[in-house]
Design a protein around this ligand. Sequence first.
Ligand code: PMP
Length: 386
Amino acid sequence: MSDKYLQEELDRLEASGNYRRLVPAEHFGCEVETGGRRMLNLSSNDYLGLASDLELRREFLDSLHPEDFRMGSSSSRSLSGEFPVCGLVERKLAQMFGKEAALVFNSGYHMNLGILPAIAGKDTLIVADKLVHASIIDGIRLSGASFSRFRHNNMEHLGNILEREHAGYRQIIIVVESVYSMDGDMADLKSICGFKRRYGNVSVYVDEAHAFGVYGPSGTGLAAALGCAADIDYLCGTFGKALGSVGGFVACSGVVREFLINRMRPFIYSTALPPLNWMWTGFLLEKLPDMDSRREHLACISAMLRKAVSDAGYPMPSDSHIVPVLIGDTVETVRKAAALRAKGFFALPVRPPTVPEGSSRLRFSLTADMTEDAVSSLIKALEDEM
Ligand code: PMP
């Protein structure tokens, strides 16, 4: 019976164009090969091209000893003692962000799922941007806190909510991303930090998943680029995108770190990342300051693509390396994505529930190892297809 019920649901997804399939693929730098066809990979979050850089991998492997090559950590971090590399990486992160402390999690999903329920209770109001990532929504739901959402990037709406509600709660936490994963636009972090200064019980939580590595001095993110990292209480990021590794982190005060170690369930109850992953993360963090030329090239090809999509008459919310082409209709979006694949461009269609109903899109995420010529060919294919 249960299979029959589930199959009916799957059939409904198929009919509405929202069925997801896993596509086996071989990866070659910024290209991907699937179904016998090599394509430019426009769906990867390897924004600096670090994950696919063979030279970096060779250098890292050459620096290792057999005893470093530990692929399992065998317990959660609080259970059987820390590997020394954990402290090294967390101290490095704290220093990069000018914070007292940092704490690393197994993934960005763990980070958002775990921090909010740990720090927010019934006396808390969480005020989140309408477009925050699913992992943040799940964290908010688990927290049991009161919850309000402001219109995307609308500071007036956020200000009205804070003015109306600030006296009714012990604490209010504003939750935003710095670069939004589906529109590629950026939060007004300066205004958001201004609200924190106006109301004594407001703190700020920023997810820099799509900005860490790409923006700011030495790739420290958008908050650092705007000079407001010091005002952000929970400065979060992930290693699985521009850094080319795996994991999530928060840079924060020493008290927040201690509190999370004691209260954050995904931190307490899940086996830690293997030491080898921590070492790779540490190796790449040391490399981040030397990546300016990659950041500059990424900015240049991103501006090219944004201009072309905008010139073709599509709304262009993006200010970043994430460039959406807003089609609207899901079936049409799926068709256009297939047509682009036939021309050698791998961009999966993004559909509800990942994005709001009626805003299906092609989402191009550019990476620093793509050439200008490759992006020009994409632009040409888009012009033919649109
Ligand atoms: N935050 C945001 C804004 C994201 O886009 C994502 C993943 N796409 C995550 C968190 C989750 O990070 P991870 O993939 O490391 O679980």
